[in-house]
Write a protein that binds this ligand. Sequence first.
Ligand code: NAD
Length: 474
Amino acid sequence: MTTLYRNLIDGELVETGTTMEVLNPATEQVIGLVPSCGADELDRAVAAARRAFKTWSKTPIDDRRAVIQKMSGIIKENADELFRLLTSEQGKPHDQAKGEVYGAAGMMAAQSTLSLDDVINEDSDTRLSRTRRVPVGVVGGIVPWNFPVMMAMQKIAPAILSGCTIVLKPSPFTPLATLRIAELIKDAAPAGVVNIITGEDSLGPLITEHADIDKITFTGSTATGKKIMEGASKDLKRITLELGGNDASIVLPDANVEKVAEQLFWSSFSNAGQICVAAKRIYIHEDIYDELSAAIAEVAKNVKVGDGSDQGTGVGPIQNKKQFERVCELIEDAKENGYKFLTGGDVDPSGTGYYVPITIMDNPPEDARIVAEEQFGPVMPLMKFATTDEVIQRANDSEYGLAGAVWTGDTDKGVEIAEQLETGTVWVNEYLHLSPFAPFGGHKQSGFGAEYGVEGLKEFTYAQVITVKKDAMI
Ligand code: NAD
């Protein structure tokens, strides 16, 4: 019998009348049923969060830290079960799923140590002025399907640390590990502080427009981010938007080909390319283009595409059919336009599972769809460049501004280029490293606001300035 997962509302695990099916993208088999919530369940969750906010917002921060640390510990203790479940619903190989689950637990523990201290603006003979950060209230969290556990926990931890309460909606494609965590952490926080409800995409706008939700923290596509901004504008909800990206990696001629080939490969193909900050365009200096592109293609030859639960799989399936079809469409477009493939390109449409072979394209033009659009799949274009000015201009010629990377033997030169890239994050000689203590956020249509660090925590609060005139009554 298929397992029915329950939602967490007001400290209780609940079922609703209707359910949705969750598939394993490797087998296309149903592996779980989850509640399909609508306005009524959302109202109940928001009311519970509102009630809980009264006490939780006044609970000492050290007690709130302890709750987050407890949740982190519970996730770690159950990591084995959770990462297997994550692989079965998301598709990523076991080692990457393990990394996500432990990473989420570690990130929560690290974030629990953050503080928003009062700031003294003036302390003179006549006046004391102080800024304090006040939690905004009830938060609506909406997360995507590529890193469901990490994204959920990176919203819950800072929200409740700040003193807010939260109603979180996982993606309908990947709610299972999150709901299992809900079950495990049910009693870690007071009832109503954390509520997790599942539903179709149509539940999203109900959250965005709910009159008793004060803030939306969203991770997902730019298209949905725009809808959220529109919905949230009705009552001027606070919003944090972590959206899409089309990140450029720039490889300078002094890069060590042997050392960077494998790293460049994984910067694009981890999680089957379904990472907001994956390298989605790789620009290689013409002096080393042939050698490095051949070395990257060689790495690809030794990586197995398959079911993430099989030992040795490096690249799993695409998470869902819609995204699979989109990636196939981009490959077809490249074929129709006669672009050259170094590897891959032949998808078996009749096979079971949403598998796309590791596909590397050889120097497609800048206006090719595979270069201009976010592919979000295991398809990577390699492009040649001649001068630094030219490549900076090409890298910045994007509606997105999420992240980027520079690979070079000269780190000063790397930093000089990094400072000219119009993105929220730039790595020099590494990739995908995010710190719980540094703000992560996008420029341009990659979103606004930040997660992580003190900046991320501030997003769940507003600044209140209290000014006391010292001698007024004397
Ligand atoms: P998506 O926008 O389709 O869905 C994300 C979430 O929004 C889901 O929970 C979905 O149910 C919900 N949703 C759908 N329509 C909605 C609406 N009208 N109002 C409110 N909520 C709605 O994104 P996805 O396909 O799940 O994720 C892939 C995208 O996410 C990619 O573009 C990727 O780059 C981006 N992403 C960004 C980051 C980041 O931190 N910047 C991280 C991961 C993924």
